[in-house]
Design a protein. Structure first.
Length: 103
């Protein structure tokens, strides 16, 4: 399962600012949540904004050499591509990082 997918219970725990101030578990969950994850678990996902966030996270992971995060973003991009078949494929953009630009 993609690390970008969360249950409604997880979302409820993350959404409560009051609980985060008194619950160590909620504070840790919020600290580990990325922007792309938060955007994906909202009720009305804006796929363009999610794709932009995923691409930004991939660029950051690529620059840092963080292979685990790159893998997580690729898995989320595959999920997004499958859920939006009529849209441009995010994986095509991610694969472009390995391709030399034409002169």
């Amino acid at each position: 399962m993609s690390p970008y997918l969360m249950t409604s219970t997880d979302l409820a725990a993350l959404s409560s600012g009051d609980d985060a101030t008194v619950s160590e578990l909620a504070a840790r969950r919020r600290a580990r949540l990325t922007v792309a994850q938060a955007e994906q678990i909202t009720a009305a996902v804006d796929t363009d904004r999610l794709a932009d966030s995923l691409l930004t996270e991939f660029r950051a992971a690529w620059s840092a050499g963080d292979h685990k995060q790159m893998t997580n973003v690729v898995l989320a991009a595959i999920d997004l591509d499958r859920s939006t078949p009529g849209e441009p494929r995010l994986m095509d953009e991610i694969r472009g990082f390995n391709t030399q630009a034409a002169a």
